[in-house]
Write a protein that binds this ligand. Structure first.
Ligand SMILES: [Zn+2]
Length: 235
């Protein structure tokens, strides 16, 4: 099994969105890091980055991306085109995690049923997280409920709280559990200090999900928006 952390560039946001009740007014350049997994059975991609933001969002977030950091170019490094991807796992449907969904015509998209439903009609306090043109595209969504086994070594773990149907992914490789946290823990301190994210559907669930991730044995964590210098050594 091969694991490759891709880059879809960076985007700016207020750091308080990543950690509850901290860092207000502090700009943070957040990494965008889909994970490509190539197994004998399947080619799997976790999250699809931010894609092209509409103008109304560019007022709030600056996307910084080199020509090498489009998702297509990133896949070509491994001799893959978007059509070659069999499975996409969207941790959730916030715009910075499903921005390139439309390009993966042949993939099955595993998303929690609650997340799919809610994305179409979010509460007011979650509305800016969902961008209809990012997720509501002509692809094949497979709504799942709770845990789900994608392959023998790739398992989806529900981690709600940041969003209603957030999910993380645990990949077993060489005695380690590589944990793709998604926005259940967007940066390292969410796990290490049990600090919940600043964007919340339900805070109590968010903490429970962090504790769930912390209990995983032999874990190496990938944080959705942490800067590159904190990546797991084993990749
Ligand atoms: Zn999110």
């Amino acid at each position: 099994m091969e694991l490759h952390l891709l880059s879809n560039g960076h985007f700016t946001l207020d750091k308080s969105l990543l950690v509850y009740a901290k860092y207000q007014g502090e700009a943070y350049e957040a990494a965008l890091k889909p994970l490509l997994i190539i197994t004998d059975e399947k080619r799997v991609l976790i999250d699809t980055g931010i894609g092209e933001l509409p103008e109304k969002y560019m007022k709030f977030h600056i996307v910084k991306r080199t020509p090498e950091e489009t998702l297509k170019t990133q896949l070509q490094r491994y001799n893959l085109e978007p059509e070659d991807i069999d499975v996409i796992i969207n941790t959730h449907l916030h715009f910075d995690h499903c921005g390139n969904n439309k390009d993966f015509a042949n993939a099955l998209f595993y998303v929690q049923a609650d997340e799919l439903r809610y994305a179409h009609n979010p509460d007011r306090f979650q509305k800016s997280g969902y961008l209809q043109e990012s997720f509501d595209v002509e692809v094949k969504y497979i709504p799942i409920q709770g845990s789900h086994r994608v392959t023998e070594n790739i398992n989806i773990l529900p981690t709600p709280g940041h969003s209603i149907g957030h999910q993380s992914v645990v990949i077993r490789k060489g005695g380690k559990n590589i944990v793709y946290c998604g926005d259940a823990a967007p940066i390292r301190e969410n796990i290490e200090r049990r600090n919940i994210p600043g964007v919340l559907y339900r805070s109590d669930l968010a903490l429970r999900s962090i504790d769930r991730l912390r209990k995983i044995e032999n874990a190496e964590y990938i944080f959705a928006h942490e800067r590159e210098d904190n990546l797991p050594k084993c990749l």
